[in-house]
Design a protein around this ligand. Sequence first.
Ligand code: SF4
Length: 304
Amino acid sequence: MTSGIEPAGAGLTLSPGRRSAIRRRITTWAPRARRGHSLPWRSSNDPWHVFVSEIMLQQTGAARVAQRFDDMIAQFPTPGACAAAGQAAVVRAWVGLGYVRRAVALHNSAEIIVTRHAGAVPRSFDALVALPGVGPYTARAVLAFAHGVDVAAVDINVVRVLTRAVTGRTLVPNELQILADGLIPPGQAGPWNQALFDLGATVCTASAPDCPHCPLATLCAWRRAGSDAPDPHRKPAVQKRFEGSDRQGRGRLVAAAARGAIVSGRLASVMGWPDDARRARRVAADLVAEGVLCRDAVGAYHLA
Ligand code: SF4
């Protein structure tokens, strides 16, 4: 199948024996450790369901998405249903999942899938990254999980496992992608990517890797280097505080608008900043500019 992704070319290479050993250890470990029972999107390979799950997972934790995924699919079971429901319905369903721009992107993507792709989630990398809100990671995840293309979805968990276990050194993104693509057992992109996610999320964690229970323990480059060796996994930037942030105010306003129109005099209190009307107006104006909200003739805010 053609994915549209360029071949990796020259890059990191593993000896065939080491690559086989890593594949064997992980594929033997994965069925015992699978988190699939608690992650409902894993029980479907319907391309649209995969697409929705990947948009939801972009900036929302798996546990939270797990609580909301089935409802989202029940409301918008196909791209056509999502497009026809209208943007406001998708934004309303999204309340509580954070970063509402993704709801707008999901609806816009559904419209494009219907009008330009005959209602089918695209099967090429280029067509996927052309959809709103879809970057290279999401496109690869959709190709692997929905269409069975042998490409790696390299999230933070996978970065941690590969840099610690396989190379023992920090890698730049292109090196990581080449390495990760080359490790996939042919035809197994879906279960392989999930196994690496699970290994990073449950065993090779950021602060307390459980090396004694890791299937890669005897192969792990970082472990072999000794306990004094620096962790090759680069720590992610510290997330900005949510409490009191613009993001929190945005979420409150969208949630309130999902229940009904908000007159401008109530903006600041709805957003939790009763003494800062100016800030409230600025953040509300951003949501209008992004097409999430609109204003009616009397200046009240509604879902667009
Ligand atoms: S042995 Fe430890 S550091 Fe190495 S991959 Fe396994 S959990 Fe991570």
